[in-house]
Ligand binder design. Structure first.
Ligand code: SF4
Length: 358
């Protein structure tokens, strides 16, 4: 597939705000060189391989699995013994891991997609359960199949074999121990690409701390800055902003700013996603200032325009519509004014197009 065809596919299959009449201009903008201050390196070894070399990865597997005996993988801290068949708020099993799909994904951030895609594994179930979830049959209803850790390891190796640049673990919080074990099994059979921890951000500090030296790329959402909003639009998680901010600070401490290889493909670092929502529900202005003040202006941030009225969002008047062009432009201007210097390339291109329409 040519780059031109590939970009068209991305645009036409993308979010509700992307207008096909803008496609030609956006394509031009995307293919223009950028000056994002991303560090490039030549030689790189995945964190989990270094940890195994140090003899510490096996111990991490044991520690992670012990959390499942009284589950506190996330702040809901259900305390059920998932290894004995108990199920908590997320409804996920513990002896096995439920997976919906494993395939290359070309709709993720460009440093993750590279040429051959991000090797995405969608896990069934979710500990946050937003009312506007785009994957609700998988996340809320648990669509998928239960597999052993050995099969999860085989999926990782398959994705690497077909050329994917990373293992992109979508909604990993409630299955973290299985991921750690499967990574070690796959490492022994040749896994050598980075893990992407693609989380909604509702992770316990204990779990994120345990992942130090295993995960190279953290890809958390920071969905809400106000607990009153997160209580309404997630499964009652009023502590979401505080928990997610604490987890993201720890992630940044571990991996720092984004580092890419000579082709611009991500190897290590923090990439934060923030979905712009109707009526300023997400607290975008607070979000961008928080990143600059508490982390750094150089953090990779994706201000996302693809909010859609999904699942039960139509029941909530304030989020029962798409975002407007003005809302997206306003969000990007807040980000620029706050001083963020490593904004996602496609978001910047979209911003330039929308601003040009005014
Ligand atoms: S991962 Fe699931 S069972 Fe464990 S604490 Fe969170 S919601 Fe409860």
């Amino acid at each position: 597939m040519t780059r031109r065809k590939f970009l068209r596919l991305l645009l036409y299959g993308g979010g509700s705000l992307v207008l096909t009449s803008c496609a030609r201009r956006l394509e031009k903008a995307v293919t223009q060189p950028i000056s994002a201050p991303t560090k490039r390196v030549r030689n790189w070894t995945p964190a989990y391989a270094i940890l195994e070399e140090q003899g510490k990865l096996k111990e991490k597997v044991e520690q992670a699995y012990s959390i499942l005996e009284q589950c506190r993988l996330c702040p809901r801290a259900c305390g059920v013994n998932r290894l004995a068949g108990g199920r908590g708020y997320c409804r996920a099993p513990g002896k096995t891991v439920a997976v919906y799909s494993a395939h290359p994904h070309f709709g993720e951030e460009l440093p993750l997609v590279g040429t051959f895609g991000s090797g995405t594994i969608f896990f069934s179930h979710c500990n946050l359960r937003c009312v506007f979830c785009q994957n609700w049959p998988i996340a809320h209803e648990g669509l998928g199949n239960e597999v052993e850790d050995e099969e999860l390891a085989a999926m990782m190796l398959y994705l690497q074999r077909i050329g994917c640049h990373n293992i992109n673990l979508v909604t990993p919080t409630h299955v973290m121990p299985h991921i750690v074990q499967a990574t070690r099994l796959a490492l022994h059979k040749g896994l050598k690409i980075p893990l992407v921890y693609n989380t909604g951000g509702y992770d316990s500090l204990e779990a994120v701390t345990l992942l130090e030296g295993i995960v190279d790329i953290y890809l958390p959402d920071l969905k809400f800055m106000d607990g009153a909003q997160s209580r309404i639009y997630t499964g009652g998680a009023a502590d979401y902003p505080a928990v997610a901010k604490q987890a993201i600070k720890e992630m940044y401490r571990q991996v720092g700013d984004l580092v890419v290889n000579e082709e611009g493909v991500a190897l290590r670092g923090l990439m934060i996603r923030h979905l712009v929502m109707p009526n300023r529900i997400a607290g975008t202005r607070e979000f961008v200032h928080w990143v600059v003040k508490e982390l750094s202006p150089t953090v990779y941030v994706n201000i996302m325009a693809q909010y859609r009225v999904e699942h039960r969002a139509f029941e909530y008047p304030k989020i029962a519509r798409a975002i407007t062009v003005e809302e997206f432009v306003e969000a990007m201007e807040w980000a620029k004014d706050a001083g963020l210097t490593n904004l996602d390339e496609r978001s910047r291109a979209l911003y330039q197009i929308y601003r040009g329409r005014g």
